[in-house]
Design a binder for this molecule. Sequence first.
Ligand SMILES: [Zn+2]
Length: 407
Amino acid sequence: MIRIIFCFFLGWAGSLQAQQVWEIVRVGRVDYVSLDSFAKFYGFKMPEEIEPNRPFVMSSAFGNLTMTLDSREMKWKGSRYWLSHSLRRESDVVLVPRVDLVKTFDPLLRPNAEIAKRPVQGVVIDPGHGGGDEGTRAARGLSEKTANLDVGKRLARLLDDANVPWILTRTKDRYLDHGDRSKLATDRPGFIFVSIHFNEDSSRSSEGWETYSLSPQYAPSTSSGGSLVGDEDQIWPGNSYDHHNFLLTQAIHRSAVLSTTNAPFDRGVKRARFKVLRLAGSPSVLVEGGFMSNPREASLMRTEGYRQQVAEWIFKGVMAYRKSQEMTPSPSRLSIETKEKTSSSTPQLRPVMNLESVPPFKPKVAVSNPVVSTGTNAQNPTPVPQTNAVDGEVRRAVPVTPVKKGN
Ligand SMILES: [Zn+2]
């Protein structure tokens, strides 16, 4: 283990708390802070004992946090989250990954901290797959692309009833490039992007709901098991919205898994660098609303009632996030400025990654041409037929300014 000690300061402007000095411990390529300092900052009571592989609970006035040493799994107020790296213990000090402190815990524990609010002007609903790309076909008689579209239209109807403008990336069974999907949100200030999918696994017993947020810079995706695979340094358009991505994701996730009726099994809030999330120039989320490869869940998905339920869970999460963006921020935001300790006891330091000062975004990827021209539905993102509506179709459409050609 290479241990380098840095200090940085948490500016908690206007609060009673003075600047708190944090100690950064680097193990390999990963930075950590101590669980002690974490607990102190967020007002958690430390557990008396922490044993390997046994979940421990830290309580606060705001809720209980459950974590496990050598595990990435975490629970906050009853729902499940995956950290970028496991909690670990070095020299009797329990360590929390720094990237999770900033990108997971801080949005979660101080959602109303001082960061620019983004009032939600509308929702881009993205039913995943379509056309030759069927998605999973694990549920006999129902392909994923069809279920995604049905749930998307149901979500649109719910948003319509709440007077929230929306756009469907596709209203028919047709293929759309991922970049074209995200671009519909990128082109509309204040819109958020919600991609709808169902899941598949080689094991028929895999079940439940997982909700994905774009991996922050420096954080591995959940599926990597905590290993750094080499793509973590890359910053994507979607990373400009890390804070809001996470708030949106957890709002939808909690709406589903904490539902009082028929709540799906909670597989957790996860991280991934899916292309639609990477390219989204707006807060974004990708929902995996159950496993088509699981016979019980597949039979649920074949019913209109369940697909309506899925749409309602997503809707309630979107509305909770939307409400959170109308609140006045409180004067505190985790500001991580790395400052070298000047005391003589501190060794010569090199700067650590400054997770908060994400550089201004410059696109590194070419986003595909706009979707708009004449002809098909997907090329005209303003939906939906207002006449001859049948079950599953949206009956009213809130007008949305169409994208100009050539934009
Ligand atoms: Zn899918």
